[in-house]
Design a binder for this molecule. Structure first.
Ligand code: GLN
Length: 231
């Protein structure tokens, strides 16, 4: 399982979200606290954010986050009001290459998948950025449209009951996430909302999102919807 983190709110530096927090993605890359599958996240990382014109920008790697001094140097001056980042623990058999690291994009959304899915049940597509299961799933989600995210997840889970389908996606003004098989926590701050696979510090304001839910963040509004098939 990978770990992902998203921010929607006032502009913040990518470093303040990924690298600086005491239990941020940098520390989660070698010592995650809540990871159920896999020990560490050393197979790559990705930082995605929307620039001032609303264009998604990405910096991805297939190397451990802790070894990238160049990224650590530049991340403090990368600032955005909408950020999607991830560190990766590759599923066995999946390629390890920069294009297999989240976030994936269709040019409008940035999307990360924390989990695993059988590629054989997903539609064949040339739109996937990589052969990794997450990229094929991302292409399917983009093709169906983000308004259908909850339905798409329920449908994929019915075809692959062993799938774990925690998705995190954002488009600059909206952030959406699903829980299906792994952890997700939320921190509401005066100037924005963080969604993360696990809390990046011990702030008592973190709350856990229950499994099999859809979270939609629009501005300061947060909506939590149970997914079909949840109990
Ligand atoms: N299955 C995806 C991959 O191999 C995601 C893995 C994960 O969540 N650890 O990259």
């Amino acid at each position: 399982m990978c770990r992902h983190l998203g921010w929607l709110g006032a502009p913040r530096s990518v470093a303040s979200l990924m690298l600086d927090p005491p239990q941020g993605l940098l520390v989660q890359s070698y010592a995650p606290r809540r990871q159920k599958h896999g020990l560490m996240n050393a197979d790559g990382w990705g930082a995605g954010f929307f620039d001032g014109s609303g264009v998604p920008r990405r910096w991805r790697s297939d190397k451990p986050l802790w070894g990238d001094a160049s990224f650590a140097s530049v991340a403090p001056v990368l600032s955005s009001g909408c950020v999607v980042t991830a560190v990766r623990s590759a599923t066995i058999g999946m390629p390890i290459e920069p294009s297999a690291s989240a976030p994936f994009t269709d040019g409008r959304w940035l999307l990360s998948h924390n989990g695993v899915v059988d590629r054989a049940i997903l539609p064949l597509t040339a739109a996937a950025e990589s052969a990794v299961d997450s990229a094929v799933l991302a292409a399917m989600i983009f093709a169906r449209g983000m308004d259908m995210l909850g339905d798409t997840i329920v449908e994929v889970a019915a075809l692959d009951p062993n799938a774990r389908l925690n998705i995190l996606a954002a488009n600059g003004s909206r952030m959406v996430a699903t829980t299906w098989g792994d952890t997700l926590s939320m921190l509401r701050q005066p100037d924005g909302v963080v969604l993360a696979s696990e809390p990046y510090d011990d702030d008592p304001g973190w709350s856990d999102i229950p499994d099999r839910h859809l979270v939609t963040v629009t501005g300061a509004d947060v909506e939590l919807t149970p997914l079909k098939g949840s109990v």
